[in-house]
Design a protein around this ligand. Sequence first.
Ligand code: GAP
Length: 455
Amino acid sequence: MDSLDTIVSFAKQRGFIFPSSEIYGGLSSCYDYGPLGAMLKDNVKKSWWKTMVQTRNEVEGIQASILMHPRIWEASGHVGGFSDPLVDCKSCKKRFRADHLLEAKGIKPDFRPGAWLDAKIPCPECSGELTDVRQFNLMFKTQMGVIEGEGNDLYLPPETAQGTYVNFLNIQQTMRKKIPFGIAQIAKAFRNEITPGHFTFRTREFEQMELQYFVHPHNAAEWYEKWKAIKKQWYLSLGIKPESIRFRDHDENELAHYAKAAVDIEYNFPGMGFKELGGVHNRGNWDLSRHQEFSGQNHEYFDQETGEKYIPHIVENTDGADRATLVFLLNAYEEVEARSGEDAKHEKEVVLRLHKDLAPIKVAILPLSKKEPLQKLSEEIQSKLWYTYQTQYDETGSIGKRYRRQDSIGTPYCVTVDFDSLEDKKVTVRDRDTMEQERVAIDELKDYIDEKFAS
Ligand code: GAP
């Protein structure tokens, strides 16, 4: 694959991801997740949650409100500083990020007065003249209250982190947490990106999976390394090829002024090269200090064992649910030579080698005939599985075609119910990756599948 085009059309054809508002011509860089995409993304989020929250006693999960007090975004620095440097073409009127244009020319971004104009970069589309740089705030504004103009201006959150920080005291006190502890959230974020694009890689509405870990200042560097390792292992455990990801430390230019260290985990995207997938940030005590200053609430932590009082430092572990879903799709997509026997009509077949935990459909039930005795038996078999597993019932087309269909959406197991099943009370279970088929007693099918998913 040398661009995202293959995955964009595959995702649409197979019901994973569609352009938003498509019947009205679409809405730039907004996407809807179809049935398979919604299940895949949900599985990505569940897996992240299991690793970062469910299996750690010191981490709690929350869901903060999307609409929050506007002062939060002043305290966080987003009102004053969450902006991108924007330039317009005077001829074709297209907009660009000045930092991206400079990077493409190998020039370090520098926006001191005059520096941009000195660089004399022309419009990359029409070679026209570009304007001077303006800072463009990326937050979406909305209003609360019934009469427009009389309500408070609010912002849609550009990250989940602030909703977590403003609940630090609530969680620490009600859950009786001792440092170190974490608070995680999976939620929507909104950024009015100047140059969205590359499918779901950069959109204006997206979901983040973020963990804020509160530590003693002396332990921040150690936890920064620990969360890097946990994050990498999570991606690898779900089948991401080790050579496709890498860490990239932020250099001084990129670091927020309060940050002690920051690293991106990057994925090698087709046609784009290594780009950010998630990150780990050692944010110091900036966030809680700012919310203490702006809210007037004391955010110091009192360590009862040592008698020490301090504002905890934060190590943030952040991932994008949409970017991760895209990466798992890209990583799993494989075109193979026709492998479904004599009725294979295509030279190439798609096998989506998704990790079992991520596959949207876990088991497909395929009766060999639509007729009554097989249909009834197949429905009985499905009803024994569907409380535990997402199943799909498919009775149309040849069995080879149905296997191909399931392979292409990543279904790990197909259960074929044939006429012998009526006599020997057994079904055939086919494995997506090995294509091996095994005859399994219907009474033992649930245990058999359980064992497959447990391993
Ligand atoms: N709280 C820290 C934070 O928001 P970030 O690097 O700006 O850090 C974290 O964003 C993650 O959110 C990114 O690594 C990426 O996965 C995802 N993300 C950010 N902007 C995005 C966008 N416009 N579209 C899709 N995902 C995005």
